[in-house]
Design a protein around this ligand. Structure first.
Ligand code: MLT
Length: 440
């Protein structure tokens, strides 16, 4: 079997040739007529960011041209798992080729060998107060880890530009591996397994299983499967806010740890990843007000009141998608496949997956009627993923850490290709409204 480095290296000459051709032979060809709407609308609809690993279509994301359904059939799964393996998908994002079972096993073993945190980082993490949010702990841990970036050291030492990708890849794999120690350490601090609990890594298991072991849930198969799914679904969705933020940092030769830290910060916006948590809270409020089994008319009235009050309905609409997010179907399928565990201590549940899924059938029509300007009233993955994780025992304030981890590992594959192709610093031209008007 090939190593990941060999597989990436094998793809480099052809992709560099293509990049050179585009930037020289075709450099002045017009790709898109930029409109005032593009400028005023947050660059929406402008095909202007070169993204090697995927393309987000109005109907869903394609990874190197393939849908998740196609990849499910093609990618090897981790032994015993029914989900796409996050490591398999990662290999594919990095290389555009389907790994063999042996390559998946070797790649995962390489990740597990990298799984350690420097002592000073552990001490730093342990010193942070639990009055801060778990996500803040994660963001700060990555900022602190930037000191250990191999890419940053290579840049400082004047490594040739053509070789920077090898250091970026080293960092990417270190981060992907270390991430489970970062998350589990924070989790143990917040939820009772105790500070500094010594993680025992199972070298023959994958990242998700090892995260579960480190969190004290190593025997919880459903949780491990859900973790795999969450990392796969969030790994990449093109130049969304968190990925674009990481790309921006990394385009200025910011190190990958700092880029991840910035990406986590970017995810805290209500219009981006925070929608996952907000949609869960929305459901909680609805259950508190209407109970677990309201009639469809009650649901409609409740939502309509919010629409009329101008409230954001978290998890509905999308900047690019124009149909229901295909990733949502994956979460629905998971809920069908794995029975939701009963609430702890037999307490009445505070959220309802059933109610959320009923909402998915009701909200789009309400939006179409009352907010006709909304281009896509359909639910996206955020409308179900958070509540699902909560239902399977992930604490509400930890859900975003799982999303951030998936997004981080996926983006790192793109960041390696940014270095391979020597993509320049991102620096769009800013323009005032008066200047814009003067151009018309
Ligand atoms: C995502 O996966 O980040 C969201 O669907 C948002 C986006 O793609 O813009």
């Amino acid at each position: 079997p090939q190593t990941l480095v060999e597989a990436v290296a094998a793809r480099i000459p052809a992709r560099r040739r293509l990049a050179a051709k585009l930037s020289t032979l075709h450099a002045k060809r017009v790709v898109h007529q930029m409109t005032v709407e593009n400028v005023m609308g947050g660059m929406r609809g402008m095909p202007s960011i070169m993204w090697e690993i995927s393309e987000t279509h109005p109907t869903g994301v394609r990874y190197h041209g393939k849908t998740l359904d196609e990849l499910e059939a093609a990618l090897p799964k981790w032994p015993g798992s029914a989900q796409i393996s996050p490591e398999s998908l990662l290999w594919y994002l990095y290389t555009a080729s389907i790994p063999s079972r042996a390559e998946l096993m070797h790649f995962t073993a390489d990740l597990m060998r990298r799984c350690q945190l420097p002592k000073e980082i552990e001490d730093f993490m342990d010193s942070l107060p639990t009055t801060l949010l778990p996500l803040t702990h994660m963001q700060m841990a990555y900022s602190a880890l930037s000191k250990y970036s191999k890419l940053a050291a290579a840049v400082d030492n004047g490594a040739p530009k053509a070789n920077l990708w090898t250091f970026a890849l080293e960092d990417a794999l270190d981060i992907t591996s270390r991430s489970i120690l970062v998350i589990s350490r924070i989790h143990n601090k917040f939820y009772g397994q105790g500070n500094g609990r010594k993680p025992r890594i199972d070298m023959s298991a994958d990242l998700a299983k090892n995260l579960a072991i480190c969190m004290g849930r190593g025997d919880d198969f459903t949780f491990i499967e859900l973790t795999r799914l969450a990392w796969v679904l969030h790994q990449d969705h093109g130049a969304n806010v968190s990925a674009h933020t990481m790309r921006l940092v990394s385009s200025a030769l910011g190190d990958p740890y700092s880029a991840i830290s910035a990406g986590i910060t970017a995810g805290t916006g209500a219009l981006h990843a925070m929608a996952i948590e907000n949609s869960l809270n929305y459901n909680k409020k609805m259950v508190a007000s209407l109970g677990l089994h309201p009639s469809s008319a009650e649901i409609e009235t409740y939502i309509l009141n919010d629409i009329k009050a101008g409230a954001v309905l978290p998890g509905y609409g999308h900047a690019v998608l124009r149909v229901a997010d295909p990733r949502l179907a994956w979460v629905r399928r998971f809920i069908k496949q794995y029975p939701v565990p009963p609430p702890v201590d037999g307490k009445t549940p505070t959220t309802s997956l059933d109610l959320i899924q009923r909402m998915h059938n009701i909200v789009p029509d309400l939006i179409r009627t009352h907010l006709p300007k909304v281009k896509n009233p359909a639910p996206n993955v955020d409308a179900l993923s958070g509540s699902t994780m909560l239902a399977y025992g992930v604490e509400a304030d930890f859900i975003l850490l799982f999303m951030a981890n998936g997004r981080g590992m996926g983006f790192l594959s793109q960041s390696v290709w940014d270095k391979v192709l020597a993509l320049p610093i991102e620096r769009p031209q800013s323009i005032t409204m008066d200047k814009l008007l003067a151009k018309l």
